[in-house]
Structures are given as C-alpha cells and as structure tokens.
Design a protein around this ligand. Structure first.
Ligand code: SF4
Length: 83
C-alpha cells in the first residue's frame, strides 16, 4: 500500500477533507485559535509518539493536523488538553 493511501483506500488528503466536511456538519466543536493549534501541533511534532510520515499519533491513531484544531480533543498522554 502506498504511503499516501489510507487503510480505507483514500488518500490522506481525501481523509482530511472528509474529516473537515464532517466537522462542518457537527454542532459540538469549535475550531481553536491559530495560536492554540500551533502550540499543540508543535508539542506533537516533537513527541516520540508522533508519526512524521502520516502526521498521526501512535497512541490514538488520530490525524493530528485535524485533531489539534478542535476544542473537544485532548492528548491521550496529557501533553495538551481541552480548550
Ligand atoms: S497527541 Fe499527545 S501523545 Fe499523541 S503525538 Fe501529540 S503530544 Fe504525542
């Protein structure tokens, strides 16, 4: 399987876009301020559980460019939390 194709057969970018479409329909989330996103993503980027190739967390398997943007998410190891 290509590094750019997920287990569902979609490209990672398509999965990301699907996630954003789902988020836009949801009423239970808020996009965090850009400074919060950057702070969270910087923590992930230097974390030993972060998979650089797919931008996923090895603890929760989440796609971190998306997860770090939502107020309803938190790091499973407690490095960053809800907003
Ligand atoms: S969510 Fe937490 S455990 Fe996962 S990569 Fe980010 S900082 Fe590391």
């Amino acid at each position: 399987m290509s590094d750019n194709i997920s287990e569902s057969g979609q490209s990672w970018m398509d999965e990301f876009k699907d996630g954003l479409r789902w988020l836009k329909k949801s009423k239970e989330y808020v996009i965090v301020p850009r400074s919060t996103y950057k702070e969270r993503y910087d923590i992930c980027n230097s974390c030993d559980s972060f998979e650089q190739l797919t931008k996923q967390c090895r603890e929760c398997a989440c796609f971190m460019p998306l997860k770090t943007r939502m107020n309803i998410t938190a790091c499973p190891r407690g490095f960053w939390g809800l907003v």
